[in-house]
Design a protein around this ligand. Structure first.
Ligand SMILES: Nc1ncnc2c1ncn2[C@@H]1O[C@H](COP(=O)(O)OP(=O)(O)OP(=O)(O)O)[C@@H](O)[C@H]1O
Length: 336
């Protein structure tokens, strides 16, 4: 539904070319929550600003619903941008205007009558749970409430796409949870496509369907969140996961002997909560050491990962492998 095609973006800084993004190809589908993660300076802000053409690509195209929008002139782009809402890290509210007027602001720019503006603003304030606060001023609200106003303002023009630029980075953990819950509800209730940039794998885990990882302006990995969490391929992804407590490589320090086989098992859904390993080791009479394990939830799906070291005769290990296949446990052999 929105697509970046062969994008390169460079800036001129003190006479030198700084390449912020190169060779980016990305397609974001209608109705999904898509996360873009990367370290500081990786190119996240540049990428999100390309999606609403606040930045123009140096080369490549931005395509929205089959229309190439990167070649449009500014007046036409202004109309397109009304259908792309944006939520900011520091809320960017007008301090001298009431909550109601902040939400009315984009509607006024779109030429809506005052009464229609008020009706629409109250409708979206209701959606974010702040209808009772319409007459207040931003400074009278908590950070989480101010971000709700920011979200209401972004939704006022009934956008097709919502861009969130580090929308929870300035909030405490509890408020972050409530804002992520609100964004998830909006995605589900309105079917609204959401693209968010973040440096937190936890934000990705809690709300996104798919994720793209960027490092030094290059898209190094992308895919379903569950797959990327269970089988991260790129070193940047692995390191971002480790920093957020989703260590996938800690088993290396724990390998006591090189006897037996080391395997990484992945569980999704029902199998994540069943005692399958103890059952298998009992039934097959094998010694199994657990070197590393983690469980969690991605959206509403439980997932888990175990790194085990299994010792036994080759035929016993082959039986273990075939039993895992029968139970639908994904497994791969690891080499220390
Ligand atoms: N207007 C500009 N002029 C020159 N260089 C720029 C400009 N904007 C961004 N850059 C450079 O482009 C690269 C990517 O920057 P960008 O702000 O997109 O990264 P980011 O991932 O959003 O970082 P952060 O998480 O710190 O905000 C950086 O090297 C940055 O210095």
């Amino acid at each position: 539904m929105i697509q970046l095609e062969n994008i390169r973006k460079s800036y001129l800084s003190a006479g030198r070319e700084v390449v912020a993004l190169s060779d980016i190809n990305l397609r974001i589908e209608q109705g999904e929550v898509f996360g873009i993660i990367g370290r500081s300076g990786a190119g996240k802000s540049t990428l999100i600003r390309l999606l609403n053409l606040l930045e123009r690509p140096t080369t490549g195209r931005v395509i929205l619903n089959d229309q190439c929008i990167s070649e449009l002139a500014e007046p036409q782009l202004r109309v397109i941008r009304q259908k792309i809402g944006m939520v900011f890290q520091h809320f960017n509210l007008l301090q001298s205007r009431s909550v109601l007027d902040n939400v009315c602001f984009p509607l006024k720019l779109a030429g809506m009558s005052r009464q229609a503006q008020k009706n629409r603003a109250l409708e979206v304030l209701e959606l974010v749970g702040l209808a009772d606060h319409a007459a207040k001023y931003p400074r009278q609200l908590s950070g989480g409430q101010q971000q709700r106003v920011g979200i209401a303002r972004a939704l006022a023009n009934r956008p097709d796409l919502l861009l969130c630029d580090e929308a929870t980075s300035a909030l405490d953990p509890e408020t972050t949870q409530s804002i992520l819950k609100l964004l998830r509800e909006i995605n589900q209730r309105l079917g609204l496509t959401i693209v968010l940039i973040t440096h937190s794998m936890d934000v990705i885990r809690q709300i996104c369907h798919r994720v793209a990882v960027i490092e030094r302006g290059v898209l190094v990995e992308s895919g379903d969140v569950l797959e990327v969490f269970l089988h991260p391929k790129d070193a940047t992804t692995q390191s971002l996961l480790a920093q957020s407590g989703n260590d996938t490589e800690g088993w290396r320090d724990m390998v006591r002997t090189t006897q037996g086989r080391i395997m990484r098992l992945s569980f999704k859904g029902k199998t994540a909560t069943q005692p399958l390993i103890s059952r298998l080791s009992r039934e097959l009479n094998l010694d199994v050491s657990i070197l590393q394990g983690s469980v969690g939830q991605i959206n509403a799906t439980p997932y888990g990962q175990l790194v085990i070291q299994a010792e036994g005769a080759p035929e016993e290990l082959a039986r273990l492998e075939s039993a895992m296949n029968d139970l639908g446990i994904q497994h791969e052999e690891l080499h220390p």
